[in-house]
Design a protein around this ligand. Structure first.
Ligand SMILES: [Zn+2]
Length: 352
């Protein structure tokens, strides 16, 4: 995990490049055919955006590096294959720094590319255009170099929540026990205990916390359809809620299945960042296998009005993990991991 120093300064770097427009009468838009990221040297990550069939309006390329997301706006372009083949995201790896890349046509012939780094990045961004090079098997491309500043600081865990509203959703409850472990520990119990502990820690950090439930109850009513129950949870979030975190435990028929994982809605950039931070903090706890950060269409994530993540704390069907999940000590650690992730989410730039 790579963390960054001096994260409070230079969080946002907005650079507008005004290059000489070679051709203002832009005709055919360029189709973006691929995005490739790699280490140029020890401190520079290079991102190459290849295109063909047209000309990118190079007179007005803007980049914005904020909160670990580098946004690149390209005029006279179509996201092309990048979005068609891979939905709106592709995986790329450069020095283990890049988590995901999203490409979307946000306006007609206008592509917004968002490169999500695993941690806050502070650094200089430089953009240039390179022509195709047959011998190097390179297409026409936009080249973006991100020179990375220092790393490693723990102070970003200290954050004053300033009354920001966080919604905690303990999964299941009441008539719905959720998954049940081999010795009878229920998912609804673990999710509630961890959420109640996280509530106390978050409140101590200055946040306001809204819980979808604080006791062992159905949020809507017993026996209603799942979508009704889940919508009732989404509806608990006030309009000024900043984050929605749904807490669950995993289950599988084979008791050997193990580990934790975190989820976000498929194209939710902020939700993905929240899920990444939750995943990093759960991993910092140690102990459990990290199954990763995943995209899924879980109801509470796709219907939430604010960035949302669903976390699977571990497998309650695994005897060892069931024991851990039931322990007060481990629940407290999980609550601390959630709080740390929330603090980092805001402390590393916020998203206002
Ligand atoms: Zn569940």
């Amino acid at each position: 995990m790579i963390l960054l120093k001096k994260f409070l300064t230079c969080l946002s770097l907005l650079i507008i490049f005004t290059l000489a427009a070679t051709n203002t009468a832009l005709a055919k838009p360029a189709e973006i055919t691929g995005i490739n990221a790699f280490d140029l040297d020890n401190e520079t990550v290079r991102i190459e955006i290849s295109y063909r069939g047209g000309q990118i309006d190079n007179s007005n390329v803007s980049t914005d590096l904020t909160s670990g997301i580098l946004s690149v706006e390209l005029n006279n372009t179509l996201p092309g294959r990048v979005s068609r083949v891979s939905g709106t995201q592709i995986e790329a790896g450069a020095r283990n720094l890049i988590d995901k890349i999203f490409a979307n046509e946000t306006q007609p012939k206008h592509t917004k590319i968002q490169i999500q780094f695993k941690s806050l990045l502070e650094g200089d961004v430089n953009v240039s255009f390179e022509p195709s090079n047959r011998s190097a098997r390179k297409a026409d491309r936009v080249v973006i170099d991100v020179k990375i500043a220092g790393v490693q600081d723990e102070s970003f865990y200290n954050f004053d929540g300033g009354d920001k509203v966080i919604v905690l959703d303990p999964g299941h409850g009441g008539s719905d026990a959720g998954a049940i472990g081999p010795s009878g520990v229920t998912e609804k119990y673990v999710s509630l205990m961890v959420s109640l502990k996280a509530r106390e820690l978050l409140k101590a950090s200055g946040y306001q916390v809204v819980m979808t439930r604080t006791t062992d109850v159905d949020v809507a009513a017993p026996g209603v359809p799942d979508s009704t129950e889940l919508q009732a949870r989404v509806d608990k979030a006030p309009s000024n809620a900043e984050l929605f975190i749904s807490v669950h435990c995993n289950a599988f028929s084979n008791g050997k299945a193990n580990g934790m994982e975190t989820y976000h809605a498929p194209t939710a950039v902020k939700g993905a960042r929240l899920a990444r931070l939750l995943n990093e903090e759960l991993e910092r706890l140690g102990g459990l296998n990290n199954r990763g950060v995943k995209a899924a269409r879980f109801y509470v994530m796709t219907h939430s009005q604010c960035p949302a993540s669903l976390i699977e704390l571990g497998f309650i069907t695994n005897p060892q993990e069931e024991k851990l999940l039931a322990s007060d000590d481990y629940q407290q650690k999980l609550a601390q991991a959630i709080t740390n992730a929330v603090n980092r989410y805001f402390n590393q730039g916020g998203f206002d």
